[in-house]
Each structure stands twice: as structure tokens, then as C-alpha cells.
Design a protein around this ligand. Structure first.
Ligand code: UT7
Length: 332
């Protein structure tokens, strides 16, 4: 008998410090009006290193919530997939750090995946594969990012877009008699677009030097217009692909949970798909772009708000640096 996968529960955490557009306008040449009109973002949350709001700290708090909702103990988790491009430290991976923070003693498999904003969709599909093959039972998928350390707070083209936060999902086998399952998915990457969003320095090829830091070249760089165009195209075509693969119609989708990079990207994609915006989960206004965390955070809030309910068909649709992309259709 085929094992099906259920998203058992979700959790989220954002740092306490909320930074509004007006706050940013005090230090850079921008305005609330420009940011809201061009991106849909009104505020974002930024980690305070003194309060231990690093990616694994946020993940710890979000996971406790999800475990509580799922009725599971930390040692019931037998795999952690941690999606992040802003790990606490380079070595060891964030999943291992989270394992010890959660007090997991069962030696569960721990891995990080660096898939940028597509991280949660990739992680969810990996969880599904491990569960379906029986290699794992309860898989914790984390999207946790502290992008505030990687953006140049003097560059108005980029710093207004991003925020810190974490969302998690605990996946497990669907109990007999229930209908939850992953219906279809597609994952992909177009490496030819890798220059659209990058951070050249700080790796093996170009270790950080005082000169690079002085010139402020160590931060993330993005070609916004190019990313925008690819994003809308890719999100729409992947959505169509997973709908076709599942053999359903667009009208059957109850909720679209897209990556939250820009409200205009979300609206354009919805228009291309002819999906009304009242079926699309949006929370970019509150948190900005938190990369791998946007989809699980939006998913979590939509459940908490009573929008997403058991049995609903959900489309998760993401793209990010790489250019990675992926979509998943699931019956929640
Ligand atoms: O998660 C995946 C990665 N992220 C994305 O995929 C994001 C995709 N791109 C975008 O969301 C948009 O391209 C941006 C929000 C980044 C930029 O929006 P835009 O409408 O493409 O603006 P633009 O870059 O074409 O800039 C228009 C003008 C420029 O002024 P001039 O040259 O026309 O005089 C910019 O200098 O707006 C100016 N500008 C700003 N003005 C006020 C750029 N940033 C700001 C700002 N405040 N923060």
C-alpha cells in the first residue's frame, strides 16, 4: 500500500523588533508610499542578536508550536530538513544545532538545504519522498532566515524588501481513512539566471577581506527587474504544470500560498492563472520577503485565521536565487 504524506502541523516565529517603512525612511532615501506601491510591504521583523533570535532559535520556537499542535514529542522527529541561506554558522549545519536545542536524542538525520526562497517547497517534497519510501516517519521541514545580516542597509533598492522569520511544517504518514496527501509537484532550477541574485563574496572563491567589506561588496546583490520577470513566468507555468500533473482544474484549488517577494509578482501571477486574489494567501505587508520562511509562515497564518482547512487543496508556488523554483499541490 502506498504511504501518503500529511502536513501534520505548522508553526512560525518572527523576531520582536518590527521595522516600518517610516523607520527605514529615517536612514535611507525612500518613503512608505514608494515601498507600499512597488512591493506591498509595510513592515518587516528584524532579529536582535542580543535576544537570541538567530535562525535556529526562531526554528526552535516555531517547532515547539508545531509539535504541540501535532501532538508529538521532539524525539518523534526522525529527520530535520532545514532550508536556509543564512545559517547560524557555517559548520555544523543548522539542522544539527536545532536537533540539540530540541533535545532530540534519537540521532535523527539532519540536513540543511540552500535553495533560497524555494527552500520550503523543496523541503516539503523531500519529506514526502522520504515518508513515501518509508525511510522516515515524521519529518520536520524548516524555513528560517536572518537576511538582515546579508542586506546592505544603506542600499534602498534591496534593504526595503527583506525581513527575518521562520516557518516550519511537520510532515508524517497520512492516517488510514484520512485524505491528506501530496497530489503533485515539480522542482527545477535555471542556473543561467544565477547572476540575477547573488552574493559573490564570503565563500571559497572570494573569502572576505577588509577591502571587500569597506566597499560594501559582501552583501546580497539583486537585479530586481530581471527577477520580477522570471518570477511571474515561472510561478504561473509551474502552477499549471502541477495542476495538470494532478489531473485537476484550477478552479479546484482552494488556496494558493505563493512565495512572498512582491505583491505585484503575486498579483501578476494570479492574473496569469486567472485565480481571484481572495484565494491567494498574502502576508508580505507584515513581514516582507523572508526567503525560505515566507511559504510556511503564510501557510501557518492562514490555518490560524481559519482560512485553510483540512481537505482543502493548496498550491505552494516558489522561486528564488539560483534560479530555483518549485510548486506543490497538496490536499491538506
Ligand atoms: O525572493 C526572490 C527575490 N526577489 C525578487 O524577485 C524581487 C523582484 N523585483 C522586485 O520586486 C522589484 O523589481 C523591486 C521592488 C526590487 C524594484 O521595483 P521596480 O518597480 O522594478 O523599481 P526600479 O528598480 O525600476 O526603480 C524605479 C525607481 C528608480 O529610480 P529612477 O532610476 O527611475 O529615477 C529607483 O532608483 O525607483 C527608485 N527606487 C526607489 N525609490 C524609493 C528604487 N528603490 C527605491 C526605494 N525608495 N526603496
Amino acid at each position: 500500500m502506498t504511504i501518503k504524506t500529511k502536513l501534520l502541523a505548522t508553526g512560525m516565529f518572527v523576531p520582536e523588533n518590527k521595522v516600518t517603512n517610516d523607520d527605514l525612511a529615517k536612514t535611507i532615501d525612500t518613503s512608505d508610499e514608494w515601498i507600499v506601491e512597488r512591493t506591498g510591504i509595510k513592515s518587516r521583523h528584524i532579529s536582535d542578536p542580543k535576544k537570541a533570535e538567530f535562525p535556529t532559535d526562531m526554528a526552535y520556537k516555531a517547532t515547539l508550536q508545531a509539535l504541540d499542535k501535532a501532538g508529538l514529542e521532539p524525539n518523534d522527529i526522525d529527520m530535520i530538513i532545514f532550508a536556509t541561506v543564512t545559517p547560524d554558522v557555517k559548520i555544523p549545519n543548522s539542522a544539527s544545532i536545532l536537533q540539540t536545542k530540541l533535545g532530540i536524542t534519537n540521532q535523527c538525520a539532519c540536513m540543511d538545504i540552500a535553495v533560497a526562497c524555494s527552500g520550503f517547497v523543496y523541503g516539503a517534497n523531500m519529506a514526502n519522498s522520504f515518508i513515501q519510501t518509508g525511510m522516515a516517519k515524521n519529518v520536520l521541514v524548516v524555513g528560517s532566515e536572518m537576511l538582515s545580516t546579508e542586506v546592505d542597509w544603506e542600499d534602498r533598492r534591496i534593504c526595503i524588501l527583506f525581513g527575518d522569520g521562520c516557518g516550519v511544517g511537520v510532515f508524517g504518514p497520512t492516517p488510514e481513512g484520512e485524505s491528506s496527501e501530496v497530489l503533485s509537484s515539480c522542482l527545477g532550477t535555471d542556473g543561467t539566471g544565477r547572476d540575477f541574485f547573488n552574493q559573490y563574496h564570503g565563500g571559497a572563491v572570494s573569502p572576505l577581506t577588509p577591502e571587500i567589506i569597506m566597499k560594501r561588496e559582501h552583501f546580497m546583490q539583486m537585479k530586481g527587474t530581471e527577477m520580477f520577470k522570471v518570477a511571474t513566468r515561472t510561478l504561473a507555468s509551474n502552477a499549471k504544470k502541477v495542476i495538470e500533473l494532478a489531473g485537476i482544474k484550477l478552479e479546484d484549488v482552494d488556496w494558493v500560498v505563493p512565495h512572498q517577494a512582491n505583491i505585484r509578482i503575486i498579483e501578476t501571477t494570479a492574473k496569469l492563472l486567472r485565480v481571484p486574489m481572495d484565494k491567494v494567501i498574502v502576508n508580505i505587508d507584515k513581514y516582507g520577503n523572508t526567503s525560505a520562511a515566507t511559504i510556511p509562515m503564510a501557510f501557518h497564518e492562514a490555518i490560524e485565521e481559519g482560512k485553510i482547512k483540512r481537505g482543502d487543496i493548496i498550491l505552494m508556488d516558489a522561486f528564488g536565487a539560483g534560479l530555483t523554483h518549485g510548486a506543490t499541490l497538496m490536499r491538506f
